[in-house]
Design a protein around this ligand. Sequence first.
Ligand code: COA
Length: 390
Amino acid sequence: MKIGIDKIGFYTPHIYVDMNNLAVARNVEPEKFTIGIGQSKMAIAPITQDSVTLAANAALEIITDEDREKIDYVIFGSESGIDHSKSGAVYVHQLLGLKANARAVEVKQACYGATAGIQMAKGHIALNPESKVLVLGTDIARYGLNTGGESTQGAGAVAMIISANPSIMELENHNVYLTNDIMDFWRPIYSDTAFVDGKFSNEQYILFFNKVWESYKEKSGLTLADMEAICYHLPYTKMGLKALRTVLEETSEEVRTRLLENYELSTTYNRNVGNIYTGSLYLSLLSLLEQKEDLQDGARIGLYSYGSGAVGEFFTGVLQPNYRDHLKIDAHKQLFNMRKEVSVAEYEEIFEETLPKDGANIELNISKDPATICLAGVMDGKRQYVNKLS
Ligand code: COA
């Protein structure tokens, strides 16, 4: 039985800052951000969006009533969770009107959470071929104003339906995964911004990639020539390129050119959104599928997932007949086109506007946020979500 990605949705907030302007404000040459890091625009989450609303908005664009009947498992991959106990999945389950006979859980392992969710979903579908699983990768990347990681922030979510006989991509089973306890990036409970050892993190990302790729070749008998493209977890778009370059010597000039060209297409969306942690790899996949018009059915795509701390995994998927008919290309064009640029001063103000940390009530103005699902406030310690359509 084929199991894989049946649908894929995406959401990013309506405001962004231009990386050229951020560079000027930080006294850095713009080319460092646009070429050295490889980012053009950085999505900013207004206070009315959190990991729950981003995920619910991403899922909203793909869910039909038939899906509502069949989804019996919601897996919320995130490292920007809103509660230490209750999962974000339960809120999303309610906001989407899913059936009560479902499991809803949150999975955490830095940027690897959604990949873990997909692998759990595959197991569930293998045992329950009639059901569908909603897997979410949703995050707001926050390093802090004027920090080394500031240029690699972002916000957004990817929602995927995993099912039998998927419409978009069958996920193959030669997965190779690796865990090692390292401190390259983490966020202690008391902090709302991440701690990162940037250089060490880059090194480990590449080291993990090299290890899982070597084992993958042995396990599968496949090589780079069998990959139409490789999509990477992208904390910033230069990162995946650094990893890809370490293996290109293994293959022919023709394959090298193909992988490099397709890499560029797989980074278009990420370059304009920034890091969305758990969703980044799947945003890169979406970018490739929607930007490369001549990608053939049957093409095999490599996927490298990395979650600091750290867990890495390499796996592959094969595109299904007429997969393009199941993409939301126009909706995503519109999502990008309707975004508004904010100045660096406005971004800084939005960044610093956070929910009360002492449990005080707050009412938020959602009229300026065009998202369908918004956070409208906090009352008695409970987040108040609004679906403007219901
Ligand atoms: N024109 C073009 N490129 C330039 C440049 C210019 N004017 N100035 C600098 N650069 C290049 C540098 O050569 C470097 O390229 P390289 O990495 O290919 O050598 C790149 O820009 C970054 O410069 P660097 O000095 O290394 O930047 P930094 O010290 O500010 O750190 C990060 C960059 C990415 C390490 C930092 O932003 C960070 O820690 N981000 C978080 C990383 C992360 O998310 N990790 C966890 C998940 S994997």
